[in-house]
Design a protein around this ligand. Sequence first.
Ligand code: DX5
Ligand code: ZN
Length: 239
Amino acid sequence: MIIAPSLLAADYGRLMSETLRIKRSRAEWVHLDIMDGHFVPNISFGPGFAKRLRPLTTQLFDVHLMCSKPTVLLEPFVKAGADRLTVHVELEDQISGLLWKIRSMDKKVGLAVNPPTPIAAAKPFLDQIDLLLIMTVNPGFGGQSFMEEMIPKIQQAREWRAESSLSYHIEVDGGIDFDTAPECARAGADAFVSGTGLLKHRNLPRAVSKMRRLVNDAARVTDSDRPTRGRKLAARKAG
Ligand code: DX5
Ligand code: ZN
């Protein structure tokens, strides 16, 4: 299970010390939200900023591009130290080229799905990606409420992954906190982006460990549940 605090919820006047705070929290990844003021109605920061932050930590830089023309940003972000680049499936005819370009630069490939977009839009690309990002809010701003209706998408992503023996991460992003993270873990998520839900805590290492413990426990309950449910069903069928 992976915890990825989002810098979007950090104090922008202190992005360097906030990055160090995330480093000390021992979260696995740092999530960087890149917004272009066109794909989403907000602007965040560009590759120049990411480059300044890169020397501060060895944590994986999980770059989420909420941009209409990410093709012009891929190389600058790779040069700035991105480890994964996630682009949105809503970009339709750009997708194949984008996924190919990210892979050709030897970086991890992510594909994101917005709440109004059916998860089926991602299906043709599942064998080409390392991570499927299921947005649990409409992107653009931190601090929004988690959308429960996205849970079936997580379950579907898990089913497809098992059916095709794939290994992409299922990441959730938006409104993730101590209540919603375990709910997503039970549905099949294994990477948890959290901005406000984590960074509001003064003791970030404790908050990160708590979220990790909650999602591990939730996933464990689901796993140990599964054979029992299977056995019950089999017994019912047999009987
Ligand atoms: C939303 C961004 C998220 C955001 C989540 O547009 O993609 O990564 O930082 O923020 P919270 O966790 O506050 O909902
Ligand atoms: Zn994000």
